[in-house]
Ligand binder design. Structure first.
Ligand code: NAI
Length: 390
């Protein structure tokens, strides 16, 4: 395929937050172009957003149904290749399902749906149609997160015993949903957000990061959810004890009332021989702590000599030389670049490399929804441990 992949968007208009980040990320490597959209729930905003983004007026649609239907009728050489869905949580499933059924690949925000049933239906649709679905768990795109995963996988730390993952934010410390914050309003509304605010919004990121880096699956958990802010309809803080498949134990904290925090994602993993630490607010560093050794600092973009050579997964996802910081936008762009390479390879009848296939998929989306369900079930019930059932 000697052309850019053509992208359509659902949501992400001038009234949105994350849509613009998706566009920056998608365009960063010059492999993707925006050709159409149903950019907002408000047709006027959608129209204006299309104009601002130089999308042809006839391809700015009134709603996602019209967009997917009309695009599917365009000739092969014109129609979009994939849809990016960046709407509130309750509006992920329907456009994703319709797009897959009509032959389009999909990039969708987390949490993938608002129920396990919907998530499983998307999994079935992906398997039946053979299409690709990419879920944007942002933190898995960082080079030093990939380095951490590679070092765990190669047994650098020995058998993993302990996983501690945190995602504290402070922006919901007040009742922002009643103070004109549109993003807070839908997030705190059970009908538009799902069963849990804190776990849907950021807990799924933390759970995904823990499973991604450790390579281990959560098997059961014990959860404590709280609504600290009076008048809020959903939880805004959660602590979860985790049991992983090889006997490893974990702790997950996700909180949106940690006043003063920004996006302080941090993961620490400890094995028999040593441990690692990575933090989103310092993402080009990976701290390695081995028993009886001084601490080591691995940094993005270095050509270290053996045995410190960075993994091919880290270098594949690095763009600039060491010392030039990379961040959220590049991490997001890595997810898009790998997705685009996989889609292109599949269309050309080739097998994508392992590095290209390294992005979150529909299976991670199903696990994310099962995580939320299990946390809520355990928090509401009386049993100490609840099995993670898919
Ligand atoms: P937002 O409220 O800022 O934007 C939502 C957009 O969807 C708006 O443009 C709105 O008009 C549009 N929309 C709503 N209904 C629509 C419909 N029927 N058709 C077309 N457009 C429609 O929300 P935000 O913060 O951008 O979040 C969107 C999604 O992205 C959520 O699922 C959220 O969980 C996820 N997210 C993920 C992040 C990450 O780190 N991966 C960060 C922030 C959000």
């Amino acid at each position: 395929m000697k052309r850019k992949l053509r992208m359509g968007m659902v949501g992400g208009g001038n009234d949105a937050f994350i849509g613009a980040v998706h566009r920056i990320a998608a365009f960063m490597d010059g492999k993707i172009e925006l050709v159409c959209g149903a950019f907002s729930i408000d047709p006027q905003i959608s129209k204006q957003s299309g104009e601002d983004l130089f999308v042809a007026p006839e391809r700015v649609y009134l709603n996602y149904e019209e967009m997917i239907e009309k695009e599917s009728l365009l000739p092969e050489g014109e129609r979009m290749d994939f849809v990016t869905i960046v709407t509130p949580n309750f509006l992920h499933f329907a456009p994703a399902k319709l797009a897959l059924e009509k032959g389009f690949d999909v990039v969708v925000e987390k949490p993938m749906t608002v129920s396990v049933e919907e998530a499983k239906e998307l999994q079935e649709t992906v398997e039946r149609t053979g299409r690709t679905l990419c879920l944007t768990h942002t933190y898995s795109g960082y080079p030093m997160v990939k380095q951490a995963k590679a070092m765990v996988k190669e047994g650098h730390f020995g058998k993993i015993r302990k996983i501690v993952v945190e995602y504290p934010q402070g922006w919901l410390s007040r009742l922002s949903e009643r103070e004109g914050n549109a993003g807070a309003a839908w997030r705190a509304d059970p009908k538009r957000s799902g069963k849990s605010l804190v776990m849907g919004d950021i807990g799924t990121h933390a759970a995904h990061l823990a499973e991604y880096v450790s390579g281990l699956k959560i098997q059961e958990l014990c959860a404590d959810l709280t609504t600290f802010v009076e008048g809020r309809l959903l939880d805004d803080d959660g602590s979860v004890l985790l049991r992983f498949e090889n006997g490893a134990k974990g702790v997950l904290m996700a909180s949106q009332i940690s006043a003063g925090e920004e996006n302080a994602v941090r993961i620490r993993i400890y094995g028999e021989k040593g441990g690692l630490e990575w933090a989103n607010e310092d993402p080009n560093n990976l701290i390695i702590k081995m028993l009886d050794q001084p601490r080591q600092l691995y940094r993005t973009g270095n050509a270290y000599a053996a045995p410190y050579t960075l993994s091919s997964f880290a270098t594949h996802n690095t763009r600039v030389p060491a010392g030039h910081p990379e961040g959220l936008l590049e991490s997001f762009a890595n997810i898009y670049r790998n997705f685009a390479a996989t889609v292109t390879a599949k269309r050309e009848g080739k097998t994508p490399t392992a590095e290209q296939q390294d992005f979150p998929t529909v299976y991670d989306g199903v696990r994310g929804m099962a995580f939320i369900d299990t946390v809520v079930k355990n928090n509401e019930g009386t049993e100490k441990w609840t099995k993670f059932v898919l």
